[in-house]
Design a protein around this ligand. Sequence first.
Ligand code: NAD
Length: 454
Amino acid sequence: MYSVLNPADEQLVATVEATTADEAAAAVRRSRVAFESWRDVSPGDRAMLLRRFAEAVDGDLENLAATEVRNSGHTIGNARGEAANVRDVLHYYAGAPERLLGRQIPVAGGIDITVREPLGVVGVIVPWNFPMPIAGWGFAPALAAGNTVVLKPAELTPLTAMRLGELALEAGLPPDVLQVLPGKGSVVGQLFVDDPVVAKVVFTGSTEVGKAVMAGCSAHVKPVTLELGGKSANIVFADADLERAAATAPYAVFDNAGQDCCARSRILVQRSVFDRFLELLEPAVQGVRVEDPSLETAEMGPLISAAHRESVSSYLSDEAPVAFRGSAPEGPGFWFPPTVLAPVRPVDRVAVEEIFGPVVVVIPFEDEAEAVRVANASVYGLSGSIWTESLGRALRVARGVESGNLSVNSHSSVRYWTPFGGFKQSGLGRELGPDALDAFTEVKNIFVSSEGAT
Ligand code: NAD
């Protein structure tokens, strides 16, 4: 048993039984047995069950959201959106089973068709920063394609995933089709990697652990989808709507207290408007409401844990060029105020490493070429934003930045019906959108001869 704390007040929220390696191995074998019948459920019935699962999530939305507020310190507004995202992703992929089309390819002497086969047992490993959406991005398309799923939530944030597992059963999914196994990464997660019965691993988390997962999967030539870290650039050109760029920049990095793989944690500003941009940014940062995340007005909550606050704090040494900070509550809870470091050089540690907290660096650049060079001077490439009134520049820079998800004059990057994933060390493969099913199926080619016996 281990304790789960509320990061906003450090009070005990629940105690959770950690799955042992033997229990996880047994769950994987049950999953494999369930797969034999789940794959044969007719496409229409599989679609109906996923729609019912989506409706069960919708019916439990307030409870799921309140649970996430207590377990993860997410603001109630965000937590509702995250539960709704699971519902929407389930509805979206509920449209997939009847549309999992193959092809018929012209050949001589018969007919040649391709079919999409499910892989078997899929292991989904989830980080603590977005426990609900990231679970859903894995299990919804995997189940729609006819796979069964074993899912390991992060140790710190297992509660909503456990509830989603109950809702799947209440909605009528057969037992063992979706199993949620809370526990340690080094035990349950590692078992997904090592156990040959697990046919595929979907891992979201740090680049460091992701590399080890990929290396482990290679021993079995086991396919793996990786969604890893980020250090995304928010590039502001002198011709941009500076007021809007500055007013929105804090929310592009401080949302979820900066614990967001897509956080635009490097703001690159053209030197001619650098001072003006900082003048506009300061009131915007100070206006971010950092407070009890269960309040409807909260815009940012605490960090996830004491250890993580230590890690974020380590970036604010005495030499750190703190330009200005927002506010955060005093007292219990893992609070950390929004913090702006400026000016920062692209080579500084704070500009290179993923801090994963409410700390943003502001870096000046001279021209378009330098902006692209600095944006790409990172091992990561997950998301980013480009602010300019020039369409040509927006397109040139968007094509030049090595990143999987970019937005122009906006900070949006994740929609369940568009592909999401990273370049470089931000990941491997794409989730969401119309092509996610490819990652959960194998293409089989079948030739049927028209020669021979009648
Ligand atoms: P983490 O790598 O520490 O843990 C992620 C998950 O992996 C947890 O469930 C953990 O228990 C498990 N794990 C740990 N050791 C393992 C092992 N040896 N084998 C298998 N599983 C193991 O990451 P975290 O601290 O929970 O999450 C933060 C990181 O996740 C950040 O780097 C962030 O950028 C990244 N992230 C990326 C995306 C994306 O879509 N690209 C989304 C969210 C978070």
